[in-house]
Design a binder for this molecule. Sequence first.
Ligand code: SF4
Length: 349
Amino acid sequence: MTATLRSVAQLQNAGLVPASRAAALEPVAARYAVAITPAMAALIDPNDPDDPIARQFVPDPAELVASPHERSDPIGDDAFSPVEGIVHRYPDRVLLKLVHTCPVYCRFCFRREMVGPNGRPGLTARQRTAAYDYIRARPQIWEVILTGGDPLVLPASRLRKAVEALAAIDHVKIVRIHTRVPAVAPERITADMIDAIKARGKATYVVLHANHPRELTPAARAACAQIIDAGIPMLSQSVLLRGVNDDADVLAKLMRAFVACRIKPYYLHHADLAPGTGHLRTSIEAGQELMRRLRGRVSGLCQPAYMLDIPGGAGKVPIGPQYISSGDGETGEGGIEVRAIDGTAHGYP
Ligand code: SF4
């Protein structure tokens, strides 16, 4: 397979959707964009109805069932968008959304109402200039996060211009790129692309979004190694997803795979309240229990922070398990009580 699958008929022809399900998936695909790259399609076991890669990318009729708590802009991007393409939620950093297309469309995407071929258009030249002007006029902006959509769907020449424009702003010291491309379309990571995203005189960071250890194929690992060998540090972000990675063994494997690739685990996101994604979301309690088990199993290097983006736009907070409580503790030594990884209580004076 050499082309990205973009319709139910193509998924059916590729053997990823049985004929009996196709009709039920048409309205889902009409509502939310579909794309599965050859690299991801090749990972799916069509004989496994619970395949964790398929769960992320193959549409499901459950997506048309939205709960009253879900919202079209779950983390409140629009409320913090002073000019088209910019989200300015925290004083020292902004998101810059150059495009609203992606190489794959994730069924749990928190921006699913904005992304896709029928979603919002990418920024025009005039809008890009307005976005750079906005950043240039605010010396408190230290970091610019290119996200979207996936910025690495852009041609290297366009990325080069964007990164050069940002690097030329004196107070911008960090250009951070959020992407799934090194894993889902590793062939896009070329020497030219890497050179284009390297901010001269500033630091570029690449944050890879991957959710299951199988996504880190040999080709994905080679693409990440190329980026890191070029002097660009990499971090990871993952979304906690029911039936994909809500399992301590799978999470441990995923985090170890990142670290083995020299990618520091950064965030494990609690899934946002995007419409029609309830079947993929876990409870926060389940997430905390998984984090507790991860802490007991793998080294500190392999620990991401478990994060909640507060619905509506109040920002992200860590929601990992607590190991400290006030009071005398079961040891009776006064001060605070600390729980060890095995659950035993200890006093700290
Ligand atoms: S790559 Fe990111 S922005 Fe695109 S569909 Fe997936 S989660 Fe959404």
